[in-house]
Design a protein around this ligand. Structure first.
Ligand SMILES: Cc1cc2nc3c(=O)[nH]c(=O)nc-3n(C[C@H](O)[C@H](O)[C@H](O)COP(=O)(O)OP(=O)(O)OC[C@H]3O[C@@H](n4cnc5c(N)ncnc54)[C@H](O)[C@@H]3O)c2cc1C
Length: 537
């Protein structure tokens, strides 16, 4: 194919953490780059995220060097044998170089999110005291010109992790003293990358949805893109990088591939597997397709974003004392304060006769929880919302929710006895350094930051189920993000990064930033390889 409407060296599709890192790297490495984004704003899921990148081996931590050996040991233990060892090692070794490169070529500066434990910190090689989770320092939006209002955002409410009071107090407290319109979290990550890209003369094109890849003799040479209501053909002399996110918003792909129910994505609704379908059409080999970055969610009745049902991840509500999660039988089935990604396992528990025993489930809490902490944006001490199923007795709660009152009474009796002893013998809640992190900071012991009795009526129950921050499967790649063909060769000219590629860590989620760390590393490697034809060191 020739007669392109536009032709550059490298075409990048998608403007999340993976796409902007790839574009910046390619442009800073000397390539002429074009970036296309389906949405009217840039940043994708990354922009509404915590913006933390998990970089497991580096020498920026106050406590000293974090080694490759420890990182590999930890990821091996966490992934239950399902990771791609060679690519994981590439990720681990490249992490610090990616940070250095971005700092040298953009407005970004990274720092350790102090004290943020790994997600399974007691495993071999784990870091209970943190050190591996890195976040962007605040970025001044005033320096972005017209682009300052063109970064994807959710409404500024309680579950917006970039601004919620807890996150801000723990990770971004310094920003309040800064002079200027400084943003934090995912917004800062995207703002910093975007600023770097604009400075290099690359302007992303929004409302531009990539539809189809063109090839000549097996080499990917360009893309058809719908911009507004026009189709354009863009040639890519050196490569096309798919950074179009996952397929969590495409019901057909979700039903076809994910390993169990996924009731709602918490990402903005543009990730419909476009990159996956484009790569499949050219023979890409796929991997890790059953996996997602799982997270427990609640759905507020009538809540929508851009016309689609909105799901919210729950974190503080399940971690603070005086709340537990139970199934229809009134039984607990997991450590409520544990890391969210592993919770999919218990939610997906399948009884051969009775189906999914734990899906849906409920967060049950008492009036003292409501009074002290509030719930889902309802301020402490305020009236509960109707759909919180406020009930004077467990029998009334059964009538409203179907949760067995007898089963729940038994669970609460055992729970209250155990928490008086500061233990959870059933699921170990409060026994990991991670469990306490999002709990009640005033708790007198690590366990008491998350354990508390549920004994003071009225009782409440809110439905909770399993959703995803994004999917984890896609085209299998080599260490440079080059997409593999099902015949074992590489598809020349085609790269993938982020949730658009087969996630290298299998089921694992190393720590806060466990998705953006690899996404940005492989974005960096793909951008460099596409631009130069060589592997990043
Ligand atoms: C509330 C929340 C908090 C989170 N916090 C963290 C965190 O702190 N750390 C962490 O590691 N992870 C976090 N995650 C997960 C993380 O945000 C995602 O896994 C990550 O952002 C994925 O990056 P990406 O670049 O692959 O995709 P995205 O950031 O989703 O970007 C994909 C982009 O591609 C665009 N696109 C899609 N199709 C096309 C097409 N056909 N043509 C052109 N463009 C297209 C989309 O519109 C989107 O802009 C969080 C997620 C959520 C929802």
């Amino acid at each position: 194919m020739s007669n392109w409407d536009h032709e550059v060296d490298v075409v990048v599709l998608g403007t999340g953490g993976a796409g902007l890192t790839a574009a910046l790297t390619a442009a800073a490495s000397g390539a002429e780059v074009a970036v296309y984004e389906k949405s009217s704003t840039v940043g994708g899921t990354t922009a509404v995220s915590g913006g933390i990148a998990w970089i497991p081996a580096h020498n920026r931590a106050a406590a000293g060097e974090l080694t490759v050996d420890d990182a590999m040991k930890y990821l091996r233990a966490q992934s239950l044998g399902a990771m791609d060892t060679a690519l994981v090692e590439t990720f681990v070794r490249t992490g610090p170089k990616m940070l250095d490169f971005l700092e040298a070529h953009s407005a970004l500066q990274f720092e350790v999110a102090e004290g943020f434990p790994d997600y399974k910190p007691e495993l071999p090689g784990g870091q209970p005291g943190g050190g591996r989770s890195m976040h962007a320092k605040p970025v001044n939006l005033d320096e972005l010109g017209n682009w300052r209002d063109r970064i994807t955002s959710f409404p500024a409410d309680f579950s917006n992790v970039g601004i919620d009071a807890e996150t801000r107090a723990r990770i971004h407290a310094a920003v309040d003293d800064m002079d200027g319109d400084y943003c934090v979290a995912g917004t800062a990550l995207i703002a910093g990358l975007l600023r770097g890209l604009l400075d290099l003369g690359v302007t992303p094109v929004t409302k531009a949805r990539a539809r189809e890849l063109y090839s000549t003799d097996g080499r990917i040479t360009g893309v058809r893109i719908t911009v507004g209501d026009m189709d354009i053909r863009v040639g890519a002399r050196r490569g096309v990088i798919l950074a179009t996110g996952g397929f969590e918003w495409d019901d057909e792909l979700v039903d076809a591939f994910l390993r169990g129910p996924m009731h709602g994505p918490v990402s903005p609704p543009n990730n419909t597997g476009d990159g996956l379908r484009m790569a499949m059409a050219h023979g890409a080999e796929l991997a890790n397709m059953g996996e997602a970055w799982w997270v427990p969610i609640v759905q507020i009745p009538g809540d929508t974003f851009e016309g689609k049902p909105r799901s919210r991840s729950v974190r503080l509500e399940r971690t603070r004392p005086r709340s537990i999660i139970v199934n229809r039988a009134g039984k607990r089935f997991l450590n409520e304060a544990g890391e969210y990604n592993s919770m999919a396992g218990p939610f997906h528990h399948l009884d051969p006769k009775l189906g999914y025993l734990n899906d849906p489930a409920w967060i049950v809490f008492d009036s003292l929880h409501m009074k002290k902490y509030g719930f889902l944006g309802v301020e402490p001490g305020s009236e509960a919302l109707d759909w919180f199923c406020q009930s004077a007795t467990l029998e009334e709660l059964e009538t409203k929710t179907g949760i067995s009152a007898a089963g729940l009474a038994e669970t609460l009796a055992a729970w209250n006895t155990n928490v008086a002893d500061e233990i959870d013998p059933d699921f170990g809640r409060g026994s990991s350094a991670y469990d306490a992190y999002w709990g009640d900071a005033a708790g007198a012991s690590p366990a008491l930051k998350t354990l508390g009795p549920i004994d003071t009526a009225p009782y409440f129950a809110v439905p909770v189920t399993v959703g995803a921050m994004g999917t984890k499967g896609g085209p299998r790649t080599d260490r440079d993000g080059a997409v593999r063909h099902v015949d074992g060769s590489v598809i020349p000219g085609l790269y993938a990064a982020g949730n658009a590629m087969a996630g290298v860590t299998g089921k694992a989620y190393g720590g806060a930033g466990g998705t953006l760390g690899p996404a940005m590393v492989f974005g960096y490697r793909a951008g460099y390889a596409a631009a130069t034809g060589e592997s990043a060191s």
